[in-house]
Design a protein around this ligand. Structure first.
Ligand SMILES: Nc1nc2c(ncn2[C@@H]2O[C@H](COP(=O)(O)OP(=O)(O)OP(=O)(O)O)[C@@H](O)[C@H]2O)c(=O)[nH]1
Ligand SMILES: [Mg+2]
Length: 214
């Protein structure tokens, strides 16, 4: 019985996600769903991506959080349109919330839409939003064993960004093993090593994203 309920929720979500994708394509908007655990650096990564690409694309942002508009306020300072979704307790964004947010964004004036999902390494992976790309940010202080513990998230994404590489001298984290593990469980994922604090590696990510948009 429980399984049936879950199927119904996911089925309804898929239908709305497909509608979101239609609306995005009608407006020529490329959409990226950014997922990660709390504090991995999603907002910092959104800011770095805006900085790297704002001369080339008109960017919009959807911020997902259980509560507060802290991240939306931070991103709005970059002068891009932002909508904050508060889930009120849910640990992930769903397609219906994105549908609502899309109705509140100037889609005709956006080429690239970045969605910051709710900080969580499990639930967001189960819900398609209508996005073109799913990106996971893993960060050095979380440890290099996370692909084994949260496999769905790591196997679902199109790109894996290892953030906070500036902390590598201080934290036990084997980058080579981590990369090897990702390649084993998700061979198609592009892997980027970045520091959102120093800006290291961001240009490689921006270049790849640009190529995907075109
Ligand atoms: N050293 C270091 N700190 C970073 C880096 N990127 C982000 N941080 C710090 O990590 C903390 C969390 O960053 P956020 O960008 O807010 O992370 P988030 O994933 O958006 O967090 P939530 O939205 O709360 O889940 C902040 O103190 C950032 O300054 C990095 O590359 N290196
Ligand atoms: Mg954030």
């Amino acid at each position: 019985m429980e399984i049936k309920i879950l199927k119904d929720i996911l089925g309804a979500n898929e239908q709305i996600a497909a509608k979101n994708r239609e609306l995005l394509e009608k407006n020529k908007v490329f959409c990226v769903n950014i997922m990660a655990s709390p504090g991995a650096g999603k907002t910092s990564f959104v800011l770095q991506t805006i900085k790297a690409l704002k001369g080339k694309f008109k960017i919009g942002v959807i911020e997902g959080d259980i509560s507060s508009s802290i991240d939306a306020e931070t991103v709005a300072k970059e002068g891009v349109p932002v909508v904050q979704i508060n889930t009120g307790g849910e640990c992930h964004l769903e397609a219906i919330q994105i549908q609502n947010a899309l109705n509140n964004l100037p889609l005709a004036d956006i080429d690239l839409l970045l969605i910051e999902n709710v900080g969580n390494l499990v639930c967001p992976a189960e819900f398609n939003l209508g996005e073109h790309l799913k990106v996971l940010i893993a960060s050095v202080p979380e440890g290099d064993d996370k692909p084994f513990k949260y496999p769905l998230m790591f196997t679902t994404v199109d790109a894996l960004v290892l953030n906070k590489t500036d902390l590598l001298p201080y934290v036990k984290f084997n980058v080579d093993n981590f990369v090897k593990t990702i390649k084993n469980i998700n061979a198609r994922a592009e892997i980027f090593k970045v520091s959102c604090t120093t800006g290291d590696g961001v240009s490689e990510w921006a270049k790849w994203l640009k190529s995907r948009i075109k």
